[in-house]
Design a protein around this ligand. Sequence first.
Ligand code: NAP
Length: 259
Amino acid sequence: MDLGIKGKKALVCAASKGLGRGCAFSLAREGVDVVITARTPGPLEATAEQIRKETGVTVTTVACDITTEDGRNQALAACPNPDILVNNAGGPPPGDFRDWDRDDWIKALDANMLTPIFLIKATVDGMIARKFGRVVNITSGAVKSPIEILGLSNGARAGLTGFIAGLSRKTVRHNVTINNLLPGPFDTDRLHTNMKVKADQAGISVAEMTAKRAAENPAGRFGTPEEFGDMCAFICSDQAGFMTGQNFLMDGGAYPGTL
Ligand code: NAP
């Protein structure tokens, strides 16, 4: 299927690795020029080069912390009028809520709630004026089914989800959709960090915990960044203009509810 977005411009945040990288790749394969961000220049440049080589699109890199105002300004300077915005940042650390103080909560809110809101604020009116816009927020399966050790993520992402539910109904009339993509367990660095915490808690090796968790998923495996990226690209497609305010869960069927 031709997704009808060749020649569009995308700002894909936190995209040198993992799910953001998967989204940048899938959009680029559809002919979308991408601006990608991450804090560490080395892996960011390496990813940019791989995307250029494979797809031939224009790839611009911005090495910045997207959770800061300065970082967002740098990203927006490189891509002031995106047609597509993929909001992403690292997830907050796991832990016990008794150990978290106000600063820990503010950091989580900045990264996983306020950064996407400010980037939408900076770009949505241009999308409305041009009569095309696709915003995808990478959130988490924790929005539907909270993960006990990820309380900071459960809280911050729920706030973003509530905000998006309201705004997305205001923009769709102008062919600007805003949706959330909720990863369950995907095979990325982030997942392996969480596996280490769980393995330490259970007193088993990381390899044992990883194999156990993959086997427990109804799909018998973790998801891949490529699968995630292709879903993101479809949500950004020309064909997806009648879908907004949705929370698309990709978790291999792990969430057990009927709806
Ligand atoms: P990952 O493999 O660790 O990759 C994170 C990417 O984000 C890297 O490119 C990293 O590069 C960049 N990044 C992190 N913090 C950043 C910041 N402040 N500014 C700019 N770039 C930043 O993580 P992932 O698994 O793809 O996870 C992506 C998001 O999905 C996270 O919020 C995570 O919590 C959520 N999630 C993931 C899973 C999963 O199974 N993988 C499940 C549920 C939710 P630098 O470090 O160089 O900045």
